[in-house]
Design a protein around this ligand. Structure first.
Ligand SMILES: NC(=O)c1ccc[n+]([C@@H]2O[C@H](COP(=O)([O-])OP(=O)(O)OC[C@H]3O[C@@H](n4cnc5c(N)ncnc54)[C@H](OP(=O)(O)O)[C@@H]3O)[C@@H](O)[C@H]2O)c1
Length: 282
């Protein structure tokens, strides 16, 4: 039986991966942070040696983009850059393939058309810089056995995300202001998990892929769709009205050709949101 290791198994994506994988076909070893801290090189190597995985699905990450600018700066680099390199090196020692999940924040958002996998990177914030360093480590250490999937605006059933924030706010607020000058593509973590699993099961080449749900929106449009059954009125505003420590790309639309080229059928974000809502209400 083939073997797979999942890191960060308590996160939005990690939990979806654990739920998705058919354990009658794959032997799955999923680790939450307290069981495997990816920054502990010796612990990682010991586990990888004993399991001898065919694949490592690396879902562990430091994801607090704001804190990464100051109090979480060191941890951001330790987990997203160094920790990813530790995983890649361990994968190399047992000839395992590895999927690393990266971010649209590797781009600066100045391109007016969707970002292709080959476009120049220029991260604006510490999180994007550390995730990019993780990408480089995966590619340098693993070459063709390394897969980098850049994704954006992730929302999942298990986790803290924009969709839950909007739903929560609508319980107490009649009106909300949501920025309309940042464009991107939301990603349902279940669909991302499904795409990762598709990669494991198809004999596709390593390298950089972009994956999000299809169609483009602003945070404002996304919020309107999230709350369309509620009474809350949503107003447009610009990102200048909500100053944040970490700069974000204004236009971070990922070009999805790399995923479509391997015959993956990508659902739209509104379809994904509907499935999300059905699950949380059912
Ligand atoms: N969320 C987004 O909007 C977004 C956008 C673009 C890309 N991504 C990328 O997508 C991937 C999945 O994100 P997500 O939303 O699922 O993140 P998440 O919910 O924050 O999950 C990350 C998991 O990694 C764990 N972790 C942190 N440090 C660790 C360490 N040293 N060792 C082992 N585990 C550790 C966290 O545990 P604790 O919670 O206990 O710290 C958490 O369970 C990440 O690579 C992220 O960078 C996310």
């Amino acid at each position: 039986m083939k073997k797979v290791i999942i890191t960060g198994a308590n996160g939005q994506l990690g939990k979806d991966l654990v739920e998705l994988i058919d354990t009658s076909v794959f032997e799955v070893s999923a680790f939450i942070k307290s069981e495997l801290d990816i920054t502990n090189e010796r612990a990682v190597q010991t586990i990888v040696n004993s399991i001898q995985p065919d694949w490592i699905l690396h879902a562990a990450a430091y994801t607090n983009v704001e804190a990464a600018e100051d109090e979480g700066k060191e941890q951001n680099w330790l987990v997203n850059a160094t920790g990813t390199e530790v995983i890649a090196k361990a994968a190399k020692t047992v000839n395992a393939k590895m999927i690393y999940v990266s971010t649209d924040y590797v781009f600066d958002g100045t391109k007016e058309t969707p970002y292709e996998t080959t476009d120049a990177v220029n991260p604006l914030n510490e999180y994007g810089k550390a995730k990019l360093a993780g990408e480089k480590a995966v590619q340098e250490v693993l070459g063709e056995d390394g897969f980098v999937i850049r994704t954006s605006w992730v929302f999942g059933i298990h986790g803290h995300n924009f969709v839950y924030t909007m739903l929560k706010l609508s319980e107490t607020r009649n009106e909300l202001k949501v920025v309309s000058d940042q464009l991107g593509r939301p990603t349902f973590s279940e669909d991302l998990a499904h795409f990762m699993w598709f990669i494991v099961n198809q004999n596709v080449r390593g390298g950089i892929y972009h994956f999000s749900n299809d169609d483009v929106c602003s945070w404002n449009t996304f919020a309107r769709e999230i709350l369309k059954e509620k009474q809350t009125v949503i107003h447009e505003c610009t990102s200048d009205e909500f100053p944040q420590k970490a700069l974000r790309p204004k236009h971070s639309i990922l070009d999805l050709t790399s995923a479509k080229k391997i015959d993956y059928d990508i659902p739209t974000w509104s379809n994904a949101l509907e499935r999300f809502k059905n699950q949380i209400s059912g």
